[in-house]
Write a protein that binds this ligand. Structure first.
Ligand code: G
Ligand code: G
Ligand code: MN
Ligand code: NA
Length: 258
């Protein structure tokens, strides 16, 4: 079976798809500040496939709309389940494809996902890439404004790898910039990357935005990011994306330390 047919089948049967969650931490205090939901697909014969392989296929076939809705609902449901247990009310971040954002029914679908499980709007963050923010008059722009009004946070994913027109940062209500892991990777060897991260953090703070460093793998990177004033970190230094049961162990640990 072709990959897109297999994916369609997985979605229809609700088999082989699940979300993993990667925790994010405050670089100064070490507190848990949020989770990024990351889609996983266990193909019946090929085994675990990376979203980097199958998301583009889902985007080409249009399946990304149903898949994205599945992700949104599952992530909201998990966030609400954790809140119901009394765990700290941190945000759940969900990746959204530009194709989802451009649909006029995107906003109602987000509202429906929140309503289905009773999750408050301010518990959700949507991660979008810079390209979505380039056109003022697209349906995406209208949705972005309405999302902000509801208290849903917006994060710019892979920041620094897309466009250089940054006007959208003041036009839309963006909350966090996620500094792409390509900049984080060489922080200690590359004065250029260090200068870029410093500039991004400085600009973000000037605009009242929070910065998240992605792909933090070493103590040295963590210390440099902290020295540069970067707010949050996410990466293998702490944890990879985890199954819910593993996340729950992290919650317990955070509680014990609090
Ligand atoms: O999970 P991993 O770290 O391998 O993710 C690879 C890529 O797939 C990342 O760019 C990530 O943003 C994207 N991705 C993961 N989950 C989702 C999802 O639910 N929706 C969309 N649109 N992209 C996702
Ligand atoms: O593009 P986006 O940031 O949504 O994708 C997150 C991707 O980064 C996922 O594929 C995830 O597995 C990966 N990732 C998470 N932490 C690390 C890390 O510390 N190092 C590297 N190289 N990749 C990471
Ligand atoms: Mn992301
Ligand atoms: Na990213």
């Amino acid at each position: 079976m072709a990959l897109d047919a297999a994916l369609r089948d997985a979605l229809a049967r609700n088999e082989g798809l699940h979300l993993a969650y990667q925790p994010q931490f405050d670089l100064r205090t070490g507190a848990l500040v949020g989770w990024e939901a990351l889609l996983r697909w266990q193909h019946p014969t090929l085994g675990a496939l990376s979203p980097a392989e199958f998301i583009p296929i889902a985007e080409r076939s249009g399946l990304i709309l149903a898949l994205g809705q599945w992700v949104l609902r599952a992530a909201c449901q998990q966030a609400q389940a954790w809140r119901a247990r009394g765990w700290p009310a941190v945000r759940m971040s969900v990746n959204v494809s530009p194709l989802q954002m451009r649909r006029s029914d995107f906003l109602p679908s987000v509202d429906a996902a929140l309503a289905a499980c009773g999750l408050p709007a301010d518990a959700l963050e949507l991660e979008i890439t810079e390209g979505v923010l380039m056109q003022d008059d697209s349906p995406a722009a209208a949705s972005l404004t309405a999302l902000g009004e509801r208290g849903i946070a917006l994060a710019i994913d892979d920041f620094g790898t897309g466009y250089s027109n940054l006007g959208y940062l003041s036009r839309f209500q963006v909350h966090r910039l996620k500094i792409d892991r390509s900049f984080v990777h060489n922080l200690s060897q590359s004065p250029q990357d260090l200068a870029l991260v410093r500039a991004i953090v400085h600009m973000a703070h000037g605009l009242g935005l929070v910065t998240v460093a992605e792909g933090v793998e070493t103590d040295a990177q963590q210390q440099q990011l902290q020295a540069l004033g970067c707010d949050h970190g996410q990466g293998w230094l702490w944890h990879p994306a985890l199954r819910p049961a593993e996340c729950e162990a992290i919650w317990e640990q955070a509680q014990a330390q609090a």
